[in-house]
Design a protein around this ligand. Structure first.
Ligand code: ADP
Length: 319
C-alpha cells in the first residue's frame, strides 16, 4: 500500500477535520502518500483529487465542518457512477479509500468495497446512528450545542413561566434528544424509538404545575414530529400554550469538542493502521473506550440501538 485517499460525504459533522488530519498525518508518518477528494462522491466522480501534505491539514483540528467539503451525489448510487469513481482512483494510483460520513456514505463505501476497491468507514455524523460504535464523530459536540441552547431557553422559560418545545435533529435515532434532554433536565423527551401518548405528556405538564414548577421543557426529535406540530396538538388537546424553538443546522456547526477531536484523531489513526495491515473493507468504531473494527458489509444487517435504560431513567428523573 503506497497511496490512499480520504473523503467526507453526506451531512458534515464537527470532528471530521480532526479525523482528516489524523488520516493524513498518520499516513505520511508511515511513509504513505495521501490524496484528498473534495466534495465526497461527487468530487470523486469528477476527479476533484489533490495530494495532501503535512501542512495541508494544519490549523484545522479546531474547526467545525470539513476542509474537504461534503456533498450529496445521486449519480454515485448507480453502478455507472461507482465505476467512474473507481476509474478516477485508479488514475491517481490510489489503492484504498477512507470514507468519513453517515449511513448513506457507508452505503457508497460498501458498494466500492464489493467492487473490489477497499474502503474504511469512519462514522461521522451528529446523529449517533451508526451501528457498531458507541459514539459517532460529532455527536458529542452537537450535544454541547443543544445543551447550551436548552440552558438559555430554561432561563427565559422560568422568567416567564412558560412551556418550551425544543426540536432537535434525529430522523430515525433519538440519541441527540435523549442525551440532551437528560443533560438539560427536560421534563419530557420524545424519541422515535418510544411511543408517548399526549395524555401522558399533558399529565406530566399538569403535575409539574401543581407542584409549583415555573417552566417546562419538552425536547422532541424531528423524527417524532416537528416542534410546531407538537405545539398545535398540545394546544388542541389541552389548551396548553407553548413556545417552539427549532435548533436546525446550528447543531451541525461549531468547533469540535475535546471528545470529538480525540475521537476523530483516534479513528483516523486506526483507519490507517488497518490499511497498513492490508485490512480494507472495515468500519471503525469505539466500544467501551476501545477502538474496534468490523466488516463494513455488516453495517447493512446491524441496527443502531438507543439506550432504553437511559430513556427509562430520564422519565424517572422528570417526576
Ligand atoms: P449521510 O452519509 O450523512 O447519511 P446521505 O444519506 O445523503 O448522507 O449519503 C451521502 C452520499 O452517499 C449520497 O449522496 C450518495 O452519493 C452516497 N450514497 C448513499 N446511499 C448510497 C447507496 N445506496 N449506494 C451508493 N452510494 C450511496
Amino acid at each position: 500500500m503506497k497511496k490512499i485517499g480520504v473523503l467526507t460525504s453526506g451531512g458534515d459533522s464537527p470532528g471530521m477535520n480532526p479525523a482528516i488530519r489524523a488520516v493524513v498525518r498518520k499516513a505520511i508518518f508511515e511513509g504513505l502518500e495521501v490524496y484528498g477528494i473534495s466534495q465526497g462522491y461527487k468530487g470523486l466522480i469528477e476527479g476533484n483529487i489533490q495530494k495532501l501534505e503535512v501542512g495541508s491539514v494544519g490549523d484545522i483540528i479546531q474547526r467545525g465542518g470539513t476542509m474537504l467539503q461534503s456533498a450529496r451525489c445521486e449519480e454515485f448510487k448507480t453502478e455507472e457512477g461507482q465505476d467512474k469513481g473507481i476509474e478516477q482512483l485508479k488514475k491517481h494510483g490510489i489503492e484504498a479509500l477512507v470514507v468519513i460520513g453517515g449511513d448513506g456514505s457507508y452505503q457508497g463505501a460498501i458498494k466500492l468495497t464489493k467492487k473490489g476497491f477497499p474502503c474504511i468507514g469512519i462514522p461521522g455524523t451528529i446523529d449517533n446512528d451508526i451501528p457498531g460504535t458507541d459514539y459517532t464523530l460529532g455527536f458529542n459536540t452537537a450535544l454541547h450545542t443543544v445543551i447550551d441552547a436548552i440552558d438559555r431557553i430554561r432561563d427565559t422559560a422560568s422568567s416567564h413561566e412558560r412551556t418550551f418545545i425544543i426540536e432537535v435533529m434525529g430522523r430515525d435515532a433519538g440519541d441527540i434528544a435523549l442525551w440532551s434532554g437528560l443533560a438539560g433536565g427536560a421534563e419530557t423527551i420524545l424519541i422515535p424509538e418510544a411511543d408517548e401518548s399526549f395524555d401522558d405528556i399533558i399529565a406530566r405538564l399538569h403535575q409539574g404545575n401543581e407542584r409549583g414548577k415555573k417552566h417546562s421543557i419538552i425536547v422532541v426529535a424531528e423524527g417524532v414530529m416537528s416542534g410546531n406540530e407538537l405545539a398545535e396538538k398540545l394546544k388542541e388537546k389541552s389548551g396548553v400554550e407553548t413556545r417552539v424553538t427549532v435548533l436546525g443546522h446550528i447543531q451541525r456547526g461549531g468547533s469540535p469538542s475535546a471528545f470529538d477531536r480525540v475521537l476523530g484523531s483516534r479513528f483516523g489513526g486506526y483507519a490507517v493502521d488497518l490499511l497498513l495491515q492490508g485490512r480494507g473493507g472495515r468500519a471503525v468504531g469505539i466500544q467501551k473506550n476501545e477502538l474496534v473494527d468490523y466488516d463494513i458489509l455488516e453495517v447493512l444487517g446491524k441496527e443502531h440501538h438507543i439506550d432504553m435504560n437511559m430513556y427509562k431513567l430520564s422519565k424517572e428523573l422528570s417526576i
